[in-house]
Design a protein around this ligand. Structure first.
Ligand code: HEM
Ligand SMILES: N[C@@H](CC(=O)c1ccccc1NC=O)C(=O)O
Length: 267
């Protein structure tokens, strides 16, 4: 007899308590996970602050996993797989933009109740965020200097990201596999050939558009973050030692794939 009490039809595999070994909480390590939110103050909103950051870092972990696989798919010429993974990456990045709104339900007054306890900690020190930038082609080795607090394992991860191929390197390989020259002098000609001959190169064009969307959503998050920052701390300087919003505004103009943006001028 199944749990729904339906005696008719073929015998059902045993699910539920009596059948499986795994439990929901055990499979998801929930006791360990839900013990990791450790406020430094009695302020009611610090749990929100910690929770949203940990949720971001879990999404960053997934983005790194999917973007690494997309990079390998491009190197292997499996463009369908890369496009499939970018569809997931874009969906996650849209969640990262939208969930800023959750944090904006915190008032500046309530943030000030615990902000002083945070310095010098800052998102500036997010190792996974920097890994995402390095993997995506934005490589500024100066940031290694802002990780004095980082563990040897984290520093090794950052150095590995700086040394390994980027998403752009993988896309260039995909172009080269189709006989398109990729030297510095010829790359724009090849990108124009792809853009102007979608009958022959639509897969390469669509993949370039996927890269551009990844670039665009990263910039949209940077813009959404700095709006939220100005709403929370105004013109205050950051706990990480930056000028705060002015520093962040300066980073909203960054691009992962400058040639894909430059291409628009030639079409
Ligand atoms: C009350 C909310 C927040 C405020 C006031 C805030 C403020 C700031 C400020 C001022 C900086 C510049 C570095 C510094 O001096 O600290 C910064 C950097 C950063 N924050 Fe936030 N932040 C907030 C929430 C978040 C959240 C939820 C995340 C998600 C992970 C995040 C991720 C980052 C990252 C990755 C950077 C480095 C950006 C870059 O270097 O381009 N921040 N934040
Ligand atoms: N930098 C932020 C503080 C902050 O938001 C923060 C502090 C600790 C861990 C992560 C943070 N998020 C982003 O910087 C500020 O200046 O208020």
């Amino acid at each position: 007899m199944g749990i729904d009490g339906d005696a008719s039809g073929p015998p059902r595999r045993q699910f539920g308590e009596e059948g499986g070994r795994l439990s929901y909480g055990g499979y998801l390590c929930l006791p360990e996970l839900l013990a990791q939110q450790q406020p430094q103050s009695q302020a009611p909103d610090e749990l929100l602050f910690i929770t949203i950051h940990q949720v971001y870092e879990l999404w960053f972990k997934l983005l790194l996993h999917e973007l690494e696989n997309a990079r390998e798919a491009m190197f292997a010429g499996e463009l369908w797989k890369a496009r499939h993974l970018f569809k997931r990456v874009h969906a996650v990045e849209r969640v990262l933009i939208e969930q800023v709104e959750v944090l904006e339900t915190m008032t500046p007054q309530d943030f000030m109740e615990f902000r002083a306890k945070l310095a010098p900690a800052s998102g500036f020190q997010s190792v996974q965020f920097r890994e995402l930038e390095f993997l995506s082609g934005l490589r500024d080795e100066r940031y290694l200097g802002s990780f004095r607090h980082a563990s040897e394992e984290e520093l090794a991860r950052l150095r590995r990201r700086l040394a390994e191929p980027t998403l752009w390197d993988a896309y260039l390989t995909a172009l080269s596999r189709r006989g398109l020259p990729i030297s510095d002098e010829e790359i724009m000609t090849s990108l124009l050939a792809v853009a102007r001959n979608r009958g022959s190169y639509d897969d390469l064009w669509q993949l370039a558009e996927d890269l551009l969307t990844h670039d665009e959503t990263a910039a949209l998050w940077r813009m959404r973050h700095v709006q939220m920052v100005e709403r929370q701390i105004g013109t205050k300087s950051g706990t990480g030692g930056s000028t705060g919003a002015p520093y962040l505004r300066g980073r909203t103009r960054l691009h992962y794939f400058p040639l894909l943006w430059e291409l628009r001028a030639w079409l």
